[in-house]
Design a protein around this ligand. Structure first.
Ligand SMILES: Nc1nc2c(ncn2[C@@H]2O[C@H](COP(=O)(O)OP(=O)(O)O)[C@@H](O)[C@H]2O)c(=O)[nH]1
Ligand SMILES: [Mg+2]
Length: 449
């Protein structure tokens, strides 16, 4: 068991309950020095008692639960103290345990220990942090599924197919003189294809996975008065942004997050990106341009009642190489005929921010861009880290397919390819990791988790 660590596990502030948790060598003895109970402390029982300091002064009363290794979250001896949720009390408790030989836990250290002790695999450990930070129901659902091992099982089954395959190829090498059944070239390639199919299924979820975790950034652009702020508000379904008849009021950008059928969407209402004269507006324009560069999707808004002007086109030029949706607004005012063919290659949606007409179609189009509508069957969404590893495995397997069975590739080399692809899949669940990978994963956790 590792050195004892301690952390406050609940948010800082007044609350009904505040929790302090300890894990590692000797934590039960440390806890017993400061926690008075009537009965002997037994593992997995809730004990009511008082927390006292070195002088015996009562700090608070609360509940102590002792989890004896290996039946605990971390797999080590653990103690969880539920006290009253006052920062003063929790800080005193923390101070006591630090003085008694515990070390303050690093972010995610409890979960890291759980992983190192085999309580969770790496994909499950990642899901813990995602469950805590999930912003929408869909994100929460996806994280709990990943925590329950759905992604791990899927990846493991692909990895096992590859290991099985490499065993066949290995047997082929060792017993090539003997008359034992081996796989035909077609069978080998068939197995690889099955794994590739599985990898592609997972890769299809990557885009949505990224948006679920990081939010999808959407910038609304267009010349003044086309209705950007109105559209922004209509999409948010509440009046937050300032709407006026005077051109150029939204000098800076305004950002709000909305929940688009489970996808957290960060909506940015930008200032017009026209040539600004006064310095304040110039600054706003500059910031807007940055917001547009950061955006995953751009909503380019036109006033459909007046047509397309040169100013519209100069803005369109700036965004047309991006993932863009052309939004023709104010269609309630009647439409002049628009040269829509100039926007070829982009989807065009007609709306009225005023009446709400067409907004559902626009939302649908945004979801399509998020890859969220293409989702069938799978209810897990891979992360950027998983995606990179899946792509590496895929490349190796594709290379294998190109060369397998040809004169210039020996079965030994073929087997190494299969093994390497299996290893990349193994990295997803953490069979193979480096301190660096673990560091980057667990540093994103909160302290006490
Ligand atoms: N009739 C009509 N007016 C709209 C619509 N959208 C916006 N407007 C009006 O157009 C003007 C400019 O809107 P605003 O949202 O401030 O435009 P922005 O400068 O692009 O942000 C305001 O008077 C809005 O009420 C719409 O769909 N139909
Ligand atoms: Mg505006």
């Amino acid at each position: 068991m590792k050195d004892p660590i301690v952390a406050i596990a609940t948010p800082f502030g007044e609350s009904a309950i505040g929790a302090v948790r300890l894990s590692g060598k000797g934590v039960i003895d440390i806890a017993k020095r400061f926690f008075r109970t009537r009965s002997e402390i037994k593992p997995r029982y809730a004990h009511f008692g008082t927390l006292v300091d070195e002088e015996g002064e009562v700090i608070d009363e609360g509940i102590l639960i002792y989890y004896k290794a290996p039946k605990s979250y971390t797999g080590e001896d653990m103690v969880e103290l539920s006290l009253h949720g006052n920062p003063l009390i929790l800080k005193r408790a923390l101070g006591l345990f630090l003085k008694a030989g515990c070390r303050l836990a690093e972010p995610g250290e409890f979960t890291k220990r759980a992983f190192l002790n085999g309580k969770l695999d790496l994909a499950q450990a990642e899901a813990v942090a995602e469950l805590i930070t999930a912003k929408t129901e869909l994100a929460r659902r996806a994280s709990i599924r990943q925590l329950k091992g759905e992604l791990s099982r899927y990846v493991n089954s692909l990895r096992e197919s590859l290991i099985e395959l490499s065993a066949y190829i290995e047997a082929d090498i060792e017993f090539s003189e003997e008359d034992i059944p081996t796989l035909t070239k077609e069978q080998v390639l068939g197995m690889v294809d099955k794994v590739l199919e599985g990898i592609d299924q997972l890769l299809k979820t990557a885009k949505t996975g990224r948006f679920l975790r990081e939010g999808m950034r959407l910038a609304i652009v267009g010349k003044p008065n086309v209705g950007k702020s109105s559209l922004f508000n209509a999409l948010l379904k509440e009046e937050r942004s300032i709407v006026t008849d005077i051109e150029g009021t939204t000098r800076d950008y305004i950002e709000e997050t909305l929940n688009l059928r489970g996808i957290p969407v960060v909506l940015v209402d930008t200032a017009g990106i026209r040539e600004a004269k006064d310095p304040v507006e110039k600054l706003g324009v500059k910031r807007s341009v940055r917001k547009i560069e950061e955006a995953d999707v751009v909503l380019f808004v036109l006033d459909g009642s007046v047509g397309v002007s040169e100013e519209d086109m100069s803005i369109y030029e700036k965004v047309k190489d991006r993932e863009t949706i052309v939004v023709i607004n104010k269609i309630d005012l009647g439409e002049v005929s628009l040269p829509l063919e100039i926007f070829e290659g982009h989807s065009i949606i007609k709306v009225s921010a005023l009446t709400g007409h067409g907004l559902k179609d626009l939302e649908e189009e945004i979801l399509k861009k998020a890859g969220a509508l293409a989702q069938e069957g799978l209810t897990i969404y891979v992360s950027v880290r998983h995606e990179e590893l899946l792509k590496k495995a895929k490349e190796i397997l594709k290379g294998f397919k190109r060369t397998y069975g040809k004169e210039d590739i020996s079965p030994e080399i073929a087997m190494l390819d299969i093994r390497e692809a299996a290893d990349h899949l193994g990295e997803i669940v953490g069979y193979i990791t480096t301190e660096e990978v673990l560091g980057s994963i667990f540093s994103r956790f909160c302290i006490g988790k």
